[in-house]
Write a protein that binds this ligand. Structure first.
Ligand code: ACO
Length: 382
């Protein structure tokens, strides 16, 4: 056992190739299919980036129009999903809600498939399932927030693009352009990030030849954790605890003395800053100006500079996106489901990539339990 090297948390282990995205901590860059993510965020609608992740190329006008038509056709909350959500207790966490809803979508879609081998699906079927999940998740997030607030369902609008319609279904009014733009950017930045914990989970499930929906449901479970996607929600809890910029130093003294993790900071791969933060911070700046909330910026910058000065650990994407979603009007508990709605594009791209060149993912473990022992009085069968 002594000569086995354990890579705890698989840190530093390369497990496979991917052509979907490249994370380069040395140059602090992130490429989707070769394109820098900040260029995509500045120029493309989220639908085009979804197309890029699935197909490897950006769509031309006709391809984008076709994707948008399919997306619009599957936006409405299907009755079985609404009923399933309505059966959940009002206190259910929105991540449990969206995980359940994704599972119901899969059960309904695969209802006529009698055996596990056929549920795996062809590449075309899985692309179709990916687009339909991408289209269906915003209504689930929006309905969840409205239900918790005691507000009625808002049906989708056919004349709005993905980001504008998402905000429409959540708030029941058309969002200003600056808000739609910031939201669209956040979706693009959250869409994909190589072999992160939730994507790897999706690939592990896929590697058993389970279906796309099962892989996405498992990925949602992995994303919920505060060391991963749950951090954007956790950042706002921290902001609420601190209150104002004046309280940062004293709060940080206590938090660090108690050895607390400061959510929204640190990353397994980026050790000198997350490549997505400058783009999301710029979007946050536009929202701070739009809503005239310099207090949010003061708290943001004070906590960042104090924490970086003390620990040398930099913000990750969840740090600017938490306050950005708060300014847009999303409830804090809705933040991680927004991450789900974006990341479903990356997950499904990885599921299809895994299916295209599959090998069962099954690592080894080094046993460190008791030595072999026996049940007293046990007599083997003759
Ligand atoms: N607050 C305080 N200390 C931290 C933080 C933090 N946010 N992040 C890392 N550290 C410290 C650890 O305590 C550890 O210190 P030690 O060596 O004295 O024990 C050291 O830095 C290394 O940290 P690890 O957790 O071992 O680093 P790892 O690479 O495994 O973790 C992780 C990365 C999980 C993201 C970590 O930085 C963290 O918990 N951050 C807060 C949660 C968060 O923001 N997650 C979002 C990730 S990005 C995303 O999902 C979009």
């Amino acid at each position: 056992m002594t000569d086995i090297e354990i890579k705890k948390g698989l840190a530093g282990v390369t497990v496979d190739y991917t052509a979907i995205s490249k994370v380069n901590p040395d140059t602090n860059s992130l490429l989707y299919r070769g394109y820098p993510v900040h260029e995509l965020a500045a120029t493309e609608p989220f639908e085009a980036v979804a197309y890029l992740l699935w197909h490897g190329e950006l769509p031309d006008a006709e391809q984008l129009a076709a994707l948008r038509a399919t997306e619009r056709a599957h936006r409405a909350l299907v009755p079985a999903v609404q009923q399933a959500i309505d059966l959940l207790p009002p206190g259910a966490h929105p991540m449990d809600e969206i995980r359940t809803a994704a599972s119901v979508i899969g059960a309904v879609d695969l209802a006529d498939i009698g055996n596990v081998m056929d549920a795996v699906g062809t590449p075309d079927e899985n692309l179709d399932r990916s687009i339909r999940l991408f289209a269906a998740l915003p209504a689930i997030v929006a309905y969840g927030q409205r239900r918790r607030r005691g507000e009625a369902l808002v049906p989708p609008r056919d004349d709005l693009d993905y980001a504008a319609n998402f905000l429409w279904m959540t708030f029941g009014r058309e969002a200003d352009e600056v808000v739609v733009d910031a939201f669209n950017r956040s979706m693009i930045l959250y869409a994909e990030h190589s072999f992160n914990a939730s994507t790897f989970t999706a690939r592990v499930v896929t590697s058993t030849l389970s279906d796309l929906y099962s892989a996405v449901v498992a990925a949602i479970g992995a994303l919920k954790g505060p060391l991963h996607g749950g951090a954007n929600e956790a950042v706002l809890h921290i902001f609420d605890e601190i209150g104002t910029a004046d309280n940062v130093a004293a709060w940080l003294d206590q938090a660090l003395a108690a050895k607390r993790k400061i959510m929204g900071f640190g990353h397994r791969v980026y050790k000198r800053g997350d490549s997505r933060v400058p783009t999301m911070k710029a979007a946050l700046d536009t929202l701070v100006e739009h809503y005239d909330r310099p207090d949010v910026l003061a708290l943001y910058t004070t906590l960042e500079s104090e924490f970086v000065a003390r620990k040398g650990i930099y913000p990750n994407l969840d740090y600017p996106s938490g306050p950005a979603y708060n300014l847009m009007g999303f409830d804090t508990l809705t933040f991680t489901p927004l991450f789900v709605a974006a990341r479903v594009t990356g997950w499904t791209a990885h599921i299809m990539e895994q299916q295209a060149s599959n090998a069962l993912i099954r690592p080894l473990s080094a046993y460190n339990g008791p030595d072999e022992r026996h049940i007293e009085g046990y007599v083997p069968d003759a």
